[in-house]
Write a protein that binds this ligand. Sequence first.
Ligand code: HEM
Ligand code: NAG
Ligand code: NAG
Length: 478
Amino acid sequence: MDPVVLVGACIILASILILFATGLKKRSRNLPPGSYGWPVVGESLEFLRRNQEGKPEKFVTDRMSKYKSEVFKTSLMGEPVVVLSGPAGNKFLYSNENKLVNTWWPISVQKLLGTCLSTSVGDEAKQMRKLMAYFVSPDAMEKLYIKTMDFVTQQHIQHHWQGKEEMKVSPAVKLYTFELACRFFMSVEDPEHIKKLSSLFNVFLRGVISLPVNIPGTKFYRAMRATAVIREELLRIVRHRREALMKNNNNNNNRHDLLSHLLVTPDENGSFMSELHIVNNIILLLFAGHDTSTVTITLLIKKLGDLPHVYEKVLQVHREIAATKEGGEFLHWDDIQKMKYSWNVVCEVMRQYSPVIGAFREALVDINYKGYHIPKGWKIYWNTPITHMNASFFPKPMEFDPSRFEGDGAVPYTFVPFGGGPRMCLGKEFARLQILTFLHNVVKRFRWSLVVPEERLEYDPLPIPVQGLPIRLHPHKL
Ligand code: HEM
Ligand SMILES: *[C@@H]1O[C@H](CO)[C@@H](O)[C@H](O)[C@H]1NC(C)=O
Ligand SMILES: *[C@@H]1O[C@H](CO)[C@@H](O)[C@H](O)[C@H]1NC(C)=O
């Protein structure tokens, strides 16, 4: 036979074999059902539209019923994404961190934050988390700063609430959580300084979840520039503090903020976090703890304005606590533990309006989940409202009922406003203390009524009343 023909035949035969083999491989790799939507944007536009409509779970529930599956694939922000929904999916992701999955944030977040806890994985992340965890632990709160929290809260209410007949809740609370964060993380207390940082930070927030296109005119570009200024400013604060600590060696515990804590606490091998990583982590905490607490407090005020019988019960709790205090005495750790009913109300607010509607992971290896193949490198999304609003776990989910959280509370992995596992919200206890301290001080002083009773909510991506929640304040007559 002509050698050319022979070679040709061999090539054709080999190609057929390869095609056959890949075909087989494809067929055995049973990807979850679903559609990638449009090129590049995928299904992102519908995902965002549902948020704007105030129905973040609809994107997921529509597809669950269309594909008759709790697992489906889609494409968001240019990435193939598998969505897992329900307690089994949550459990799977929370318990497989560093084994099958790692936490993953959109590229825009990664680029803006740089190296920090949220953009790190494995041992590096564990170490960073350990260094920061003490500062936001109940022990530190009790010993270091619950009184200051109460004091700062009272000052805020004096300056921004007292004496007003009508006000907008959302911008006031936003300022409050930012003031607290600046104070507790790095002892910045000067109102002008806080104002400057806050306006830079708002530019950061507008660009943090956006297309990461760094050319003039985009939100992302403006966010990158603002973050560079914030970073420089914080680096200056860090260096200044380091010098002060060195000069004042035996007295270095007099500033109980996160910054001093990170500067003086070595890791297990005796080395310290670099200045840049300290700054990036502080930016992360401002980011993670600012809007989340703000919307929770804002929606809490909305619900209490809506539901007088809940307000009255909350008021009773806080009046009892206030009655045990001498004039000018601050809240103690024990008082916070007595606010059980109030915390159940907060939990019910977070159930109905998830401050964080979901988060991503990345598959570290090829994963087999419920018979479906999830390829290595794909992103996986879990979602809070899908279990929070499921009548199997929360009967009559549209009804506001804080007593759901009494007794044993929710079925495991169904109530997940803070996530779970090794990547669970680091600031959960800090948020609890802050929200309850605020509630205590505001309920003690006022009743309020909503100026726009049916004010619409939009998720952007956090739920926010579109007009900023205007209320009328009615101080208690003493
Ligand atoms: C009501 C308020 C808050 C809610 C609902 C909330 C919720 C969450 C959620 C859902 C996550 C993601 C978990 C995951 O990816 O699985 C998270 C992560 C995080 N949160 Fe919060 N958060 C709140 C307040 C705060 C505060 C006040 C701080 C800081 C003091 C904070 C710091 C963090 C940090 C640092 C992470 C990343 C942890 C890691 O990657 O290891 N959060 N939070
Ligand atoms: C500490 O040193 C050990 C041994 O060299 C290393 O395995 C570990 O990763 C180090 N820890 C940190 C936080 O760098
Ligand atoms: C609600 O939970 C039940 C029980 O796990 C499940 O069968 C159902 O599909 C869930 N519905 C939605 C919309 O998630």
